[in-house]
Design a protein around this ligand. Structure first.
Ligand code: SAM
Ligand code: SF4
Ligand code: SF4
Length: 500
């Protein structure tokens, strides 16, 4: 270790540290309306850039503590060492890879000289994230600066040509939750815009006024909770129905008190409590919560070869009940939101983000609607079963099917949790076992749980189904009654709770 660290600092992270957000520079060539980093850019009494030597030492020490993912940001990270043709930035990327960081990414406004993309060290990046706040310059430029859209898109296209792995991040301002003349949400158009550019995925941040210091910079762009949920549900449905070509990471921002209380382990996500990340700033601040940027609050400071734990009232963790699952502490300080409670700004359900997946956070979700498919060639039975399931709380019939082939196709399309299907369809060679087999081959562990609508099925078929998908060969339903279906769903909910 290069830095002499306080034991309290080590104790806080234990072995959980996984990712670093490295704010390498407190300077920027843009002045975005909403920028949460404005105070840091505006004034520092001494340093505006992190010392190169300190940067390498911190990377090395935090790698030793377990960090594997690194985000270079700021301010604008492509200005780091600009007077030396970005050599310090390029060396930092190279060194991070040499130290064993598995995933090194940069978060940029995309205004840099395109020649940077040609540099061999820059090509070592695992991802470039370009920030752009609208699908056209009319929306983006008033927020991020005139001319910024064209410059950024030009660099995205060049990066794409060069084979970079590219992400777009957009802030959801009030403009993105409006609709165009054809009724399309601009948020939807933003996703389509990213798809058309051929980039890998899109990520969103929300602009709410929640009474935290960074809200002072949200100008007139913020959105209301009511408007948000209208939009959030629409986008979530589209994500669930796989209507987008690329993964969409979108913050939930709020949930109801009721939902939070049903599933606090899931909604209580807070980086301060997982101890899995650290934010490093040039002025020596070491933080966890990004909402504390621009404030005196941090967990520690680094200077003169030491990392000193903050034992004073400015330790940001003092606000938290560290052993309890609570709504977002910092966003709960000043505001009350009626029936809603705020969740972490990084709480983006179902996201395919590396650390979220490592923490297996989705596994803690219990109360989501169980998405089911009903399949039977007899229309009357199909309608009867659908009617029964529609009456059960927490169940969503996402599709029906009338042939085995149709059932398989809908399973692949909708990836439901449960299927209620006839076993032997009339005039069809393919039976329930064949549907399981084909679905398992395509979906592996995402194969749904199967319930067969049948008086009997051959014992060997039942055993074969169990062999293929284990417990997911759930049951045979001989009588189509509300009580029977209620029982199946309740047992399934219990099973999910036990497996969290
Ligand atoms: C602070 S910037 C630093 C990196 C770089 N300058 C950029 O713009 O990508 C990091 C990300 O934070 C986003 N951001 C800025 N202000 C925000 C705010 N008030 N709330 C949420 N995200 C914000 C930016 O749009 C950008 O995607
Ligand atoms: S480009 Fe990034 S750091 Fe610069 S003002 Fe915009 S959001 Fe802030
Ligand atoms: S935004 Fe809220 S929940 Fe997330 S780290 Fe900060 S305090 Fe915790």
């Amino acid at each position: 270790m290069y830095f002499k660290m306080d034991q309290k600092f080590k104790d806080y992270f234990k072995t959980n540290l996984r990712q670093i957000f490295f704010y390498i520079i407190d300077d920027c060539n843009l002045r975005c309306e909403q920028c949460l980093y404005k105070t840091e850019i505006a004034f520092q009494i001494e340093k505006k850039e992190v010392d190169f030597d300190d940067a390498i030492k911190l990377l090395s020490d935090f790698r030793e503590m377990g960090a594997v993912k690194l985000t270079l940001m700021g301010g604008e990270p492509t200005l780091y060492g600009i007077k030396q043709q970005n050599r310090p930035l390029l060396e930092l990327i190279k060194k991070a890879k040499e130290l064993g960081y598995e995933y090194v990414r940069i978060d940029t406004n995309g205004q840099f000289n395109s020649s940077l993309l040609e540099q061999p060290e820059f090509k070592m990046l695992d991802e470039i994230t370009f920030s752009i706040d609208g699908p056209n310059k009319e929306i983006n430029d008033p927020i991020r600066g005139y001319g910024s859209f064209d410059k950024c898109v030009k660099n995205i296209k060049r990066a794409k040509e060069l084979g970079y792995n590219i992400d777009i991040t957009a802030c959801i301002s009030k403009f993105l939750i409006e609709r165009d003349e054809d009724g399309n949400l601009y948020l939807d158009r933003m996703i389509k815009f990213a798809e058309d550019l051929g980039i890998e995925r899109i990520n969103f941040h929300n602009l709410f006024k929640t009474g935290v210091p960074r809200d002072c910079f949200s100008g007139n762009l913020d959105i209301s909770i009511k408007d948000w949920f209208r939009v959030w549900n629409e986008i979530e449905d589209k994500v669930d129905n796989k209507e987008y070509k690329i993964p969409v990471r979108i913050p939930q921002s709020f949930t109801t008190k009721e939902k939070f209380d049903e599933n606090p382990a899931y909604y209580g996500y807070c980086s301060c409590k997982t101890g899995s990340r650290i934010l490093i700033h040039p002025n020596g601040m070491l933080r966890v919560c990004s909402l504390m940027i621009g404030t005196p609050y941090a967990i520690a400071r680094y200077y003169d070869g030491k990392i000193v734990w903050d034992d004073s009232p400015t330790n940001e963790l003092r606000a938290h009940k560290m052993d309890e699952n609570t709504p977002c502490t910092n966003q709960s300080k000043n505001n009350k939101y009626g029936e809603f409670v705020p969740v972490c700004v990084s709480f983006k359900p179902k996201q395919q983000e590396m650390i979220w997946k490592e923490l297996n956070w989705e596994n803690k979700r219990i109360e989501d609607k169980i998405r089911v498919i009903v399949a039977d060639d007899n229309e009357e039975t199909r309608n009867q079963v659908t009617g029964i399931l529609d009456k059960i709380n927490g169940v969503d019939v996402v599709a029906t099917a009338d042939t085995p082939e149709d059932t398989y196709n809908k399973i692949i399309k909708y990836v439901p949790e449960m299927v209620f299907t006839k076993f032997n369809f009339e005039n069809d060679n393919m039976n329930g076992l064949d549907i399981i087999k084909k679905s398992k081959e395509t979906l592996n562990e995402n194969v749904p749980a199967f319930n067969f609508i049948a008086k009997e099925i051959p014992k060997e078929d039942f055993l074969e189904a169990r062999r293929m998908i284990g417990d997911k060969m759930n049951t045979i339903i001989r009588e189509q009654t509300q009580v029977r279906y209620d029982g199946i769903i309740n047992d399934y909910k219990d099973y999910k709770k036990m497996n969290v």
